[in-house]
Design a protein around this ligand. Structure first.
Ligand SMILES: [Zn+2]
Ligand SMILES: [Zn+2]
Ligand SMILES: [Zn+2]
Length: 318
């Protein structure tokens, strides 16, 4: 076994061990070790893809051109620093390796929050974040053509049990929301994010409630309670916030708006869905006078059936 693979497995095992301990100081150690282990495992995939190369040439973060004695240009590692998560992912692309499913970004964020801000993330959130990386660990082992259960031993059993526990909790939370009208537009409830702790374990107290305005939302991980408006806005933000961010950054139209009808920040204009998650309102398809498509941006505030321009023209004619 390569030294790197050995280190990767040790770190993952230590991380899960820390995680299982009830010692108050261990969560940070769990996150640190587990994160380091997953990253090392990813690096091992690169090394295995280029077995004859010098490891430092594969894993260096910086390279510099040099001239050799014969005056030929060569490119080699510069300094001792190796790739971080972002670079690892890019290098997977360059090596023709498929990046596995699984979310290591949240783990990285949580780890940084703990290091720098002494995050108070509850154990449930740490549990979810670590569990979200399991497919990545599984995917890396698949690329290495190794069995995670043979390599990690009892640690792998703990990981499987953790994942099963989390999935059961998540399914129970989701089940309370399934009667709400907007549930049809939820393509992946794992995107849900509690605004207080980032957990996806959002549920409503009355599982029979079908009215978004009557929702009493809760987070199973941190116990935070949310009003109907807050819960809906939080769900919309979780599902469409990333699209919204990209659209605005690229100078496009916002995806999430304050609803023209109920004012809750739950009106969505995306390729897949247009309408309000809170009150079900959706703007007329087109202006009644000139037939241009109506959006939150073009709809007249005075007359919801007209565009700004036509409202302006027709009000002048009065
Ligand atoms: Zn929470
Ligand atoms: Zn609305
Ligand atoms: Zn018009």
């Amino acid at each position: 076994m390569s030294e790197l693979l050995d280190n990767a497995i040790n770190s993952i095992q230590l991380g899960i061990e820390d995680y299982q301990s009830n010692d108050e100081r261990r969560p940070i150690s769990a996150l640190r070790n587990f994160y380091a282990g997953v990253l090392l495992l990813g690096k091992e995939c690169l090394l295995q893809a280029a077995p004859d190369a010098d490891p430092m040439e594969v894993l260096a973060s910086k390279y510099a051109p040099r001239l050799d004695d014969d005056g030929n240009l060569t490119i080699g590692p510069k300094g001792q620093s190796t790739i971080d998560l972002q670079e690892l992912r890019e290098r997977f692309g360059g090596f023709g390796l498929k990046w596995p499913d699984g979310n290591i970004k949240d783990l990285q964020k949580l780890r940084n929050d703990f290091e720098h801000y002494h995050s108070k993330a509850p154990k449930e959130t740490i549990r979810q974040t670590i569990a979200a990386c399991f497919p990545l660990v599984e995917g890396f082992f698949a690329i290495l053509e190794l069995s995670p259960s043979a390599m990690l031993g009892g640690t792998w059993d703990v990981m499987l049990a953790e994942r099963a526990f989390f999935e059961k909790q998540k399914a129970a939370c989701d089940a309370t929301l399934e009667k709400l009208p907007w549930w049809d537009h939820v393509w992946d409830s794992s995107h849900f994010q509690c605004t207080a702790c980032n957990s996806s374990l959002i549920y409503q107290s009355d599982a029979d409630n079908k009215d978004p305005a009557m929702v009493r939302g809760h987070c199973k991980a941190c116990g935070e309670e949310y009003s109907a408006e807050e819960t809906t806005a939080m769900i919309v933000q979780s599902l469409f916030g990333a699209d919204d961010y990209v659209a605005v950054k690229d100078g496009g139209e916002q995806v999430i708006h304050h609803c023209p009808e109920c004012s809750v920040e739950a009106y969505v204009e995306s390729g897949e869905f247009t309408g309000c998650f809170f009150c079900d309102y959706s703007i007329d398809d087109e202006c009644a006078r000139c037939s241009t498509p109506l959006t939150v941006a073009t709809q007249s505030v005075n007359n919801p059936h007209l565009c700004d321009y036509c409202d302006h023209v027709s009000s002048r004619a009065d």
